[in-house]
Write a protein that binds this ligand. Structure first.
Ligand code: FAD
Ligand code: UDP
Length: 374
C-alpha cells in the first residue's frame, strides 16, 4: 500500500494534521488507529440508555486562541457551556478553583471578610495565585488559609491522582487550579468555551472526511508498517513505545471509569463533583450538564486513578516532574535523529500534559512547519 503520509493515531493531533495535509497540500494520508474508533481520548458515543457520554472522561473545550477556535469551528458548531466544579470539603460542596465564594461557604462571615480583605491587600482583584505560591505568603493568616486549602482540596486529590504530593510534581500541575481572587465560579476563564454541538466524534468525522484521507481502525501501526510505502510519517502514540524503550519506560498515570446510569433526571447540581478526601474516586461527572441533553435518566462517570500497567489499561497522563522531563529529553535526541522523515506530536509523543486546544495548536504549528518545508 502506498501513501504520501502515514499518520499514527486519530486523536486531535493526528486528525488535525491529516485534515491539513489532505486539504491544503493535496497529499494522500493514511491514518491508522489501534482503537475501534476515532477521536482519541475525546471520543463520545451514546450509551445503552441513549445518553451521550465521553468514554475517556469529561472533555470540556476551552481556549484563548482565536485561531484554534475558528479552525475547529469549520467542523462543528458549539454549545456554549461554562464548566463549574464543586469539591466536597468537610461535608460542604465548595466551588473550585477556590475563590471568595469558596471562602464564604467554609468560614464564618466575619472570618471570611477578613481573609478576603487580606487577600486583596496582597493580590489584585481578578488575579490568580497557585496554591504552592500562596503557601509562601508573608501574612500568617494567608499562609494558614493556603495550608487549609492545600490540606483539604489538593493533598488528598493529588496523592490519589498521581501517587505523589503536589510539591513532588511540576508546579504547573496544581497551578492549573489556582486560587482566583474573584466571585467567578467558572472552572476556566478562557475566552472561548463550549462543547461540539453534535459531539466530539461527529467533529472528528468531519475532520477526516476528505477524499485524500484513508482511515484504518483496529490497526496498530507495528502490524502494518512493513506493508505500507510512505514518504513521511507522523506518530502521535507514546514515544517510548516507538523507540522500543531504549531509554526505559516513561511513567504514565491511568484511570478507571465506572459508568453509572441513574433513573433520575439529574444526579448532581453541577457537571463535576470532586472528592479530594473521603472516597477512593477523585471525581464524578454528569454528562447531561455538558451536552445539554434532556432525557428521563442520567449517566455519570466515576473516576478511579490507577497505576498505568502496559497492556492492561491506557496511558492517560504523562507525569510532569523533573526526573521524567530528563528522561524525555533522551528520547528527544532520538526524535531529532529520525526527523524529518518521521515527526512526533501530541500528548503521548511529546510527553506533555496538553489540553485539547494545546494539542490542536501543536498540530497546526507542526503543519505550518511542514508546509514551509522546514
Ligand atoms: P490522544 O487523544 O491520546 O490520541 C492518540 C491516539 O493514538 C489514540 O487514539 C491512540 O489509540 C492512538 N495510538 C497510540 N498508539 C498507537 C499505535 N501504535 N497504533 C495506532 N494508533 C495508536 N482536555 C481539555 O482540553 N479539556 C478537558 O476537559 C479534558 N479532559 C480530559 C480528561 C481526561 C480523563 C483525560 C485523560 C484527558 C483530558 N483532556 C482534556 C486532554 C485531552 O484528552 C488531550 O489533550 C487530547 O486527547 C490529546 O490528543 P492527542 O491526539 O495528542 O492524543
Ligand atoms: N487538583 C486537586 N484538587 C482538585 C482539583 C485539582 O488537587 O479538586 C489538582 C490535582 O493534582 C489535579 C490537578 O490539580 O491532577 C489538575 O487538575 P485538573 O482538574 O486540571 O485535572 P484534569 O482535568 O487534567 O484531570
Amino acid at each position: 500500500m502506498k501513501t504520501d503520509w502515514l499518520i499514527v493515531g486519530a486523536g486531535f493531533t493526528g486528525s488535525v494534521l491529516a485534515e491539513r495535509i489532505a486539504s491544503q497540500l493535496g497529499q494522500k494520508v493514511l491514518v491508522v488507529e489501534s482503537r475501534n474508533h476515532i477521536g482519541g481520548n475525546a471520543y463520545d458515543y451514546h450509551d445503552e440508555h441513549g445518553i451521550l457520554v465521553h468514554r475517556y472522561g469529561p472533555h470540556i473545550f476551552h481556549t484563548n486562541d482565536e485561531g484554534i477556535w475558528s479552525y475547529l469551528s469549520r467542523f462543528t458548531r458549539w454549545r456554549p457551556y461554562y464548566h463549574r466544579v464543586l469539591a466536597m470539603v468537610d461535608g460542604h460542596a465548595v466551588p473550585v478553583p477556590f475563590n471568595f465564594n469558596s471562602i464564604a461557604a467554609l468560614f464564618p462571615p466575619e472570618r471570611a471578610r477578613q481573609l478576603e480583605r487580606l487577600l486583596l491587600e496582597r493580590f489584585d482583584y481578578g488575579s490568580k495565585t497557585p496554591i504552592l505560591q500562596l503557601r509562601e505568603a508573608e501574612d500568617p493568616a494567608l499562609r494558614e488559609l493556603a495550608d487549609f486549602i492545600y490540606d483539604k482540596v489538593f493533598l488528598g486529590y493529588t496523592v490519589k491522582q498521581w501517587e505523589m504530593k503536589p510539591e513532588e510534581l511540576a508546579p504547573s500541575v496544581t497551578a492549573r487550579i489556582p486560587f482566583h481572587l474573584s466571585r467567578d465560579d467558572r472552572y476556566f476563564q478562557d475566552r472561548y468555551q463550549g462543547l461540539p454541538q453534535e459531539g466530539y466524534t461527529r467533529l472528528f468525522e468531519r475532520l477526516l472526511d476528505h477524499p485524500n484521507i484513508r482511515l484504518m481502525l483496529n490497526t496498530d501501526y507495528h502490524d502494518v508498517v512493513e506493508e505500507i510505502e510512505f514518504e513521511r510519517m507522523i506518530y502521535t502514540g507514546p514515544v517510548d513505545v516507538f523507540f522500543d524503550f531504549i531509554h526505559g519506560e516513561l511513567p504514565y498515570r491511568s484511570l478507571r471509569f465506572e459508568m453509572q446510569h441513574h433513573a433520575v433526571e439529574q444526579y448532581q447540581s453541577v457537571a463535576q463533583m470532586n472528592y479530594p478526601n473521603e472516597y477512593p474516586w477523585t471525581r464524578i461527572s454528569e454528562f447531561k450538564h455538558l451536552t445539554g441533553q434532556s432525557a428521563p435518566g442520567t449517566t455519570v462517570a466515576v473516576e478511579y486513578p490507577q497505576p498505568f500497567v502496559r497492556g492492561k489499561n491506557d496511558p492517560y497522563y504523562p507525569i510532569p516532574c523533573e526526573a521524567n522531563a530528563q528522561l524525555f529529553r533522551r528520547y528527544q535526541k532520538e526524535i531529532d535523529d529520525v526527523a524529518p522523515k518521521i515527526l512526533f506530536a501530541g500528548r503521548l509523543a511529546d510527553y506533555r500534559y496538553y489540553n485539547m486546544d494545546q494539542a490542536v495548536g501543536r498540530a497546526l504549528a507542526l503543519f505550518r512547519r511542514i508546509s514551509e518545508g522546514r
